[in-house]
Unconditional design. Structure first.
Length: 163
């Protein structure tokens, strides 16, 4: 996992983004897989000799596979001074650039500072390994909101943080 930290020049908010360590490698492998599916679908439709709707079938197959093969997930935490925090997860379409995926496919959850009870960094077990995760406890919520699922970045950030 890779942690990026963005600060507003006015000091209004701080944003923490977490991407997979091999984000672009995963994206490229998924793009190659999508391209292979397109070629396979094209040759299968050519073999069936479906002349009348060949183009329409290719477009439908391309859109279907594009919806099924998603870009790698990006998790974000926004801390707004005096207002609260916002969690967001982006997992958009493979061929769209990141800024369009953020605009179209970002799922946001805002927690006002009045509802915020605590942010907890805890450790758990995954197989035989100890992993760290960050979660938020809100007043009117029955579930913990997990900010960064199983993330070694949280531990690294805490070790390097200056208080």
């Amino acid at each position: 996992m890779v942690l990026d930290i963005y600060k507003d020049s006015a000091g209004f908010y701080v944003r923490f983004d977490v991407k997979p360590a091999r984000f672009y490698t995963q994206w490229f492998v998924r793009l190659l897989f999508w391209t292979g599916l397109q070629a396979l679908g094209y040759f299968a439709l050519q073999r069936l000799r479906a002349n009348s709707f060949l183009l329409l079938q290719n477009i439908a197959l391309g859109l279907l596979t594009l919806l099924l093969i998603r870009a790698p997930t990006i998790d974000s935490l926004y801390v707004f001074k005096s207002y609260g925090i916002q969690l967001s997860t982006t997992q958009g379409c493979l061929l769209l650039p990141e800024f369009l995926n953020e605009r179209l496919f970002e799922v946001k959850t805002f927690i006002p500072s009045d509802d915020l009870v605590a942010m907890v960094i805890n450790e758990g077990f995954e197989g035989l390994a100890v992993v760290f995760y960050m979660c938020i406890i809100a007043k009117r919520s029955r579930q913990l909101k997990i900010v960064f699922p199983v993330c070694s970045v949280v531990e690294q950030y805490m070790l390097n943080a200056s208080y």
